[in-house]
Ligand binder design. Sequence first.
Ligand code: NAP
Length: 490
Amino acid sequence: MSDEREIELLAGVPDGLFIDGVWRAAADGATLDVVDPATGDVVKTIASASVADGVAALDAADAAFPAWAATPARERAEILRRAFDLLQERKEDFALLMTIEMGKPLAEARGEVAYGGEFLRWFSEEAVRANGRYGANPEGTGRMIVTQHPVGPCFLITPWNFPLAMATRKIAPALAAGCTVVIKPAALTPLTTLAFAKLLEDAGLPAGVVNVVTTASSGPMSDAIIADPRLRKLSFTGSTPVGVSLLEKAAKGVLRTSMELGGNAPFIVFDDADLDKAVDGAIAAKFRNIGQACTAANRFIVHRAVADEFARRVTERVESFRAGRGTEEGVVIGPLIDDKAVAKTGQLVADAVERGATLRTGGAEIDRPGSFFAATVLSDVRPGSEILREEIFGPVLAIVPFDDEDDAVRIANDTEYGLVSYVYTESLSRGQRMIERLQTGMMGLNVGVVSNAAAPFGGWKMSGLGREGGAEGIHEYLQTKYTLTANPFA
Ligand code: NAP
């Protein structure tokens, strides 16, 4: 580990499970090591929850639920708001912690703190607006009252790529709605969630409302929680195959589910696009988080008339990127999360080149400690290449030429996913047509990043179910009750 500030920061992160307001070791004493992917060094060893610990966390969430649900919305909102304020005070610590355990450049980690924090502020505001309605039935014989109620204890599972934002995007609406939670972060990046639980404790959150179970064996522990009839909701962000298997398990208890799954985003550049803007958008949409975002542009579908110029310009930009540990000044390309990710990225590039793509730059791992892959541009990627079907999750920009609008739409929609799409055109009517024709939960029209706490984030098709953020987000944690009363004048 490099410096005293990092050593001090890591020493301050709890190393236990957080169950019923108590930090403690796993029942069986098991631990898991957290590694810095830029160096391969173990940076901290923390508790690894067993099945019994997972059930204990659900016990706590279940016991805390009635009092938390009955807490006035304003009080719940104020705790979330205090958490937002504390996060602003600790933003440098959270940014550095994410860079250490996940690898993203520090500037991007700061961006994630800003984005992740907004969910606390947004849902502190939404907490007091989760209203029902009152009205006469059409026959005039009665009055219909519709009320909203928290669904109950929730199980939240988050991925490693946005360790803070994926946690706040789930915890904030759950708490705002009056639900209690058990959260399981990814074993690769658990430290941010532990530090965030500490922050919630400092913000005055009552014991048992948020419980954190870090574990090296997510399957058995999660299965036990999901099978428990006290659980009422499962919210998952991660890969589509794991999401599908969790949905099958959740079906047995008829659980409410939210699924934020994989993507395969098209990024379409028409020949009437402003190419400068399109190149800027492409760089942001592709290389944010070193390409490891569900919203990362996966397929650059570029009109043949501008494809070569687009490839030339993005290649020039990519060749200026500096690779290194995310704490170093000016680094754009941090490490991938682990060596498996490096190997998979290499395979996708090799397959595309074998099938006839042109390798413009990059294309190989970087020879240094840690899990690094060079920023890569491929042009003329041929139909049938694996890189067009699979989520790349690495810094590879793959360009496919197209000839007309129908062609672009066909290629863009030719995927089982439908999370986000990006379109660059200066034509208003074409932009409007694309809004209607693309099979996608979200769209960036002449912008390369769409995420915002005020927006309903979520996908179509195999990209998921439900929405996080926006006015919709809190309803994932509320259930509706309808009551009919007699006409008071009858
Ligand atoms: P992943 O392998 O599916 O893991 C996601 C989470 O599920 C982790 O906490 C993981 O824990 C846990 N998990 C894995 N197997 C499990 C099981 N059998 N039972 C219970 N939990 C289990 O995905 P990832 O590699 O971490 O994340 C990348 C994926 O997430 C990509 O596909 C990306 O597109 C997607 N993603 C989607 C969104 C969105 O909003 N749509 C946002 C971010 C990421 P362990 O790793 O500790 O086992």
